[in-house]
Design a protein around this ligand. Structure first.
Ligand code: PAF
Length: 282
């Protein structure tokens, strides 16, 4: 099994990436907050199929958590994560501390625009500013050819795509497909917080998304399809919907034309899950 370099400072990461590129190799970055699961491993495989060198960043970014309890409870199995990266042939893991990322005196935030005001932006104040700030720092430091993000965080992908264009960042954004459990539940680091009953209830999210996507793709009335989707989710125990909506896949404004995305954020017990499905071809 190949060794994986552990890098902890921006200067070291930039130097390593530059050295690889100077040697004619292409470089991919897979930004993560760790607690790696099959969804992440699929992004890593995607990165490895496109570039000579793969960097996985693992950083639980305090700036993007709107609830202290969520930040504290976020799983941090760093040894398992490094082992998974090693087994997957990752070349470098970038795992800075919070003090390295945000030293005393750090005073600049990246404030994304209109896309970030809706849905997740509304329910999680400050989340997208924290996410955009850390992603900008990671992209600036890694200077990678591509960065791979998961489609499960569709609004994040739209914001990062806009950010890279607006700030003239030279990294191509690649979107990896959502990986699902056999019963449809999207893989997420937060799934491990679910009890067995909640885990069963959580399958209602994908059931509703698939129902809505299918109905709307076949010309059904969007409001009616979404209302039925809400019933599917709320019929499951211990669920509460933050939002369930059909949106334009680029602007995230509500949409009544295809292509579109149906997006959801649902509490199952104390765990908040997000997911989405494509409607028509984007
Ligand atoms: O999607 C995530 O895991 C995070 O939002 C990211 C992109 C790693 C930034 O912290």
């Amino acid at each position: 099994m190949s060794e994986v370099l552990i890098i902890t400072t921006p200067a070291e990461l930039r130097a390593r990436s530059r050295a690889w590129r100077r040697d004619g190799m292409s470089v991919a970055l897979v930004p993560t907050m760790g607690a790696l699961h099959a969804g992440h491993m699929s992004l890593i495989a995607d990165a490895a199929s496109r570039c000579d060198r793969v960097i996985v960043s693992i950083f639980v970014n305090p700036l993007q958590f709107d609830r202290d309890a969520d930040f504290t409870a976020y799983p941090r199995p760093i040894d398992d994560d490094v082992a998974a990266c090693r087994a997957a042939g990752v070349h470098a893991v970038y795992a800075p501390t919070a003090a390295t990322m945000y030293p005393d005196g750090h005073d600049t935030l990246v404030n994304p625009g209109a896309i970030a005001t809706r849905w997740e932006g509304e329910y999680r104040p400050g989340h997208f500013t924290g996410m955009a700030t850390v992603v900008t720092k990671l992209l600036n430091t890694a200077e990678a050819d591509i960065a791979v993000f998961g489609a499960k965080d569709a609004q994040q992908v739209a914001i990062v795509t806009q950010l890279v264009a607006d700030l003239d960042i030279g990294t191509e954004i690649v979107v990896g497909a959502t990986v699902r459990e056999p019963d449809g539940l999207a893989m997420s680091s937060r799934n491990r917080h679910l009890t067995d009953d909640q885990r069963r209830a959580a399958t209602s999210i994908d059931e509703a998304l698939r129902y809505i996507a299918d109905e709307v793709a076949h010309g059904a009335d969007i409001d009616h399809a979404v209302a039925t989707g809400r019933e599917i989710i709320t019929a499951a125990d211990d669920t509460r919907i933050d939002y369930l909506a059909v949106v334009d896949p680029r602007t995230f404004e509500p949409s009544d034309t295809t292509p579109a995305r149906v997006i959801a954020a649902v509490w199952v017990g104390d765990t908040r899950l997000i997911d989405n499905r494509e409607i028509g071809t984007e």
